[in-house]
Design a protein around this ligand. Structure first.
Ligand SMILES: [Zn+2]
Length: 370
């Protein structure tokens, strides 16, 4: 039934409020029922027309008709009502002022929408912990592009064209690059090391940086491999940096990461961009170096009591030759570099046995780290 303006006999505040409430409600319902332009126009005229619109009627009946002592209260109520009705009418559109009507009937006693807090991803958490250790030592964070040129990913890191070490990288190349000279061809970086060169091109020595980032290799996914994974590497260059500085820095960092009781151990290795190179082992932080967990063999360290954590070495003078013009004369400066797999350390740290779990985005898995 269409709304008609009632005559008031009771001008108390409560009665005025009730009448105003019914009026707003009726207006909202009519706004929601508008289905065409013609209906919209009729609706607007019905409520707002100066001559005989509902608001004009209300003005006449409720305000002018009010006894003297009630005029003030009636004025306040009628003004508020006019503002509300005008708002509803103006917001109305074909297909319904349903939104404004719905807004009118919000149940404020309903509980609010709770959003789950989420948790830091274990790989991000591990990365942040490692970065924080080196930041305390005065290192700053450097980053670089994931799509790199052959020059930064290989050549400037002492992998000349046809160097056998390039084969072991299983690089993912960007298609359609054959027309370019080899050093300009694009690829997905296979390590974070290109950022070492990019940073040395920009900043003169001394520098101390850590480089966290995503890298890609053409590895099919399995429990310990992924075509996408995370690395963190570090670089320190200054005058008189020795292998002793490298050992001291990494020994401190490993104790900060895995506890003060771990021991470190360096074994000779080979990387094209460092000379000499080493692999760093720490005593197994799962079995404490015994190789056993109770009566069972310790799997993560393959019962050796040692876990390989990273590769490192003194920066090869050939690498400095590429940035010599920016103050990196290999006769004057020396430095060390190291790199580790963030995901692998997270696997070890949290006792997870399948790398894929980190990247599948299953909330049930991730919730365990919340
Ligand atoms: Zn162990």
């Amino acid at each position: 039934m269409a709304y008609t303006v009632p005559k008031l006999t009771d001008y108390s505040a409560a009665a005025l409020e009730k009448a105003a409430g019914e009026c707003v409600r009726a207006c909202g319902e009519e706004a929601a029922a508008v289905r065409s332009e013609a209906e919209l126009k009729a609706f607007r005229d019905r409520w707002l027309a100066r001559k005989s619109g509902i608001l004009t009627l209300i003005n006449d009946l409720w305000l002018k008709g009010a006894p003297k002592e009630a005029k003030r209260e009636a004025g306040i109520q009628v003004n508020a009502l006019k503002a509300r009705v005008t708002e509803l009418v103006e917001a109305a559109h074909v297909g319904g002022g349903a939104a404004s009507f719905a807004a009118e009937s919000v149940d404020i006693t309903l509980p609010g929408a709770r959003r789950p807090m989420g948790a830091e991803h274990p790989v991000i958490k591990t990365r942040n912990e490692i970065v924080a250790v080196f930041q305390k030592l005065g290192y700053s964070v450097a980053e670089g592009p994931v799509v790199e040129t052959d020059y930064y990913n290989f050549e400037a890191l002492n992998f000349p064209p046809n160097h056998p070490a390039r084969d072991t990288q299983d690089t993912l190349f960007i298609a359609g690059q054959q027309a370019k000279p080899q050093r300009e061809r694009l690829l997905l970086r296979t390590h974070t090391s290109p950022v070492q060169i990019r940073t040395m091109e920009k900043l003169r020595p001394p520098i101390r940086i850590v480089i966290p980032g995503v890298v890609h290799r053409n590895d099919p996914p399995d429990a310990s491999h992924s075509p996408m994974f995370n690395q963190i590497e570090g670089l320190a260059v200054d005058t008189n940096i020795t292998f002793g500085d490298l050992k001291g820095t990494l020994d401190f960092a490993m104790k900060a990461l895995f506890g003060s009781s771990v021991k470190t151990h360096f074994r000779p290795s080979f990387f094209p961009f460092t000379e000499p190179s080493a692999e760093l082992y720490v005593t197994c932080f799962i079995c404490g170096g015994s190789g056993k967990r109770g009566s069972d063999p310790c799997r993560p360290c393959k019962q050796t009591g040692w876990i390989e954590v990273l590769g490192c070495g003194m920066v090869d003078p050939n690498v400095f030759e590429f940035v010599k013009d920016n103050g990196y004369d290999p006769k004057r400066v020396s430095g060390f570099a190291f790199g580790m797999g963030t995901d692998r350390l997270a696997l070890l740290k949290y006792g997870v046995d399948d790398l894929q779990l980190f990247f599948q985005g299953d909330v049930r898995f991730l919730e365990m780290f919340g």
